[in-house]
Design a protein around this ligand. Sequence first.
Ligand code: TEU
Length: 568
Amino acid sequence: MTDDQWFQSAVVYQVYPRSFQDCDGDGIGDVPGIVSRLDYLQQLGIDVLWLSPIYTSPQDDNGYDISDYQEIDPVFGTLVDVDELIAKAHARGIRIVMDLVVNHTSDEHPWFVESRSSKDNPKRDWYWWRPPRDGHEAGQRGAEPTNCESFFSGPTWELDEATGEYYLHLFSRKQPDLNWENPEVREAVYAMMRWWLDRGIDGFRMDVINMISKVTDLPDGQPIPGRAPLGNGHPFFLCGPRNHEFLQEMHREVFEGRADKLLTVGEMPGVTVEEAVLFTDPERHEVDMVFQFEHVQLDVREHKWDRVDVDLRDLKASLAHWQNGLAERGWNSLYWNNHDQPRAVSRFGSDDPAHRVAAAKLLGTVLHLHRGTPYVYQGEELGMTNVPFASAADFLDIESVNYHAAAVAAGEDPEVVLANLRLGSRDNARSPMQWDLTDHAGFTTGTPWAAVNPNYTDINAASAVADQDSVFHHYRRLIALRHDEPAVVHGTYQLLAPSHETLYAFTRTHEGTELLVLANFSGDEVAIDDAVPDLASWEGAPLLLGNLSPEVPTTAPLRGWEARVLKR
Ligand code: TEU
């Protein structure tokens, strides 16, 4: 592995700062809180820390609406705190990756304040402005320039009364989209990125970076069943015509000469394997890896609130699709969780107290034994679960709040809407980190901004670190395995028994070493004879890592939620 592929044996830990550790008692996590937990992260063994945004922000979308890219929001701390975090993380051999949110700014960013001030302001073209649709008056129903729907419900255009024009916002109305067609915008973004790299950070997670290039005439989208006349604009802004060009320019302008020490991961909703090969081909100098969404859409039907259970066969096929698709060129990221997704053990495993620990370890085993860079989301290493929200009032995320308001206004049954929120809301991932058995799980001495999951009495870091059989120590062993076992990093991938409904089985092969990974995604015993063609030849192969005790013969049927990694 060349030096500049260091990330292939690295494991990234995502911190959602608002919910990680509060040090000043205001009930919101902060940078000094992250510093105070570096020993814990070092014990886990992670190599990179990705921080969700901590920049100055009105917090409309919990910091993904930035009003100053080069200042830290006081709620999280100061630039001096960040310098301390960088220095102390580096002293532990941990790199720091910041969230880059440049598809849009906050509407309170000075760039947008200027742009909206008049039609002939020099920064007018830094954003997407359009007059009302032909034949319509500004503010009239249907006057939006196109019919496209925002990710956060409603139209993707907002009227600015002062100038009588509409501005584009793929997300909230307080997140106006930057116009990347304008070279001044790109230059300003690149300058800011260089400033952060010069400050000592080690890369970026790039928020919706496959939305920055749009089809410039922004046409109407196909009406969305049940939400017409709102239309689907995705074909006009996902992986747009200049996306590769912009990323290659970014690489030249920002990363040239230092890329081999950095990590860049592009969040790309809707990206295909074919496109990801181009985005992550090292010869093209675009990004090191992407967050793709195929496996986290398998339980979604018409829209994210219309959910079904995941069929393991679909999950296996999807991950294998990406393993095979990026086997020769490019590189995968590997994730079950992040701040936008429900908790994996509740979604893909089992949060039944009888099975939760085994299931959480099993999910970690399956993911970390794939080829790619694994991402651990805060609390995943504890097997933290979805939150038992009591009512709609418990949901704080703008995506949840807007969905609830729009759905109820459209006449949907509030109980159905609440059930949908409990299953799919991003709030599930944003409850405070569960540190110990003290008040508020040790997250804050104040009143937490969001309720702590009441199951913190059973699920918390203090208990986990003290228990060698915990999910925490299983994740620690998985991370160590990636550092020590070349076959985990480089082994070719072969899925076995693709049509088996509850058994997940695959091999990794590298320079004479073969790993066999077996996982039972059910609470019932499952035989493996038919799944593994030459099972007898695995007799007596050492168990590299398992999630249940006592150890049983390596070729014995798998117990409920049992995972086994064999090596020969
Ligand atoms: O998310 C992009 C994105 O597509 C999300 O809207 C995701 O698909 C959805 O939340 C699933 O429920 C990024 C950030 O991760 C997210 O937190 C921000 O809200 C969004 O961009 C806007 O910056």
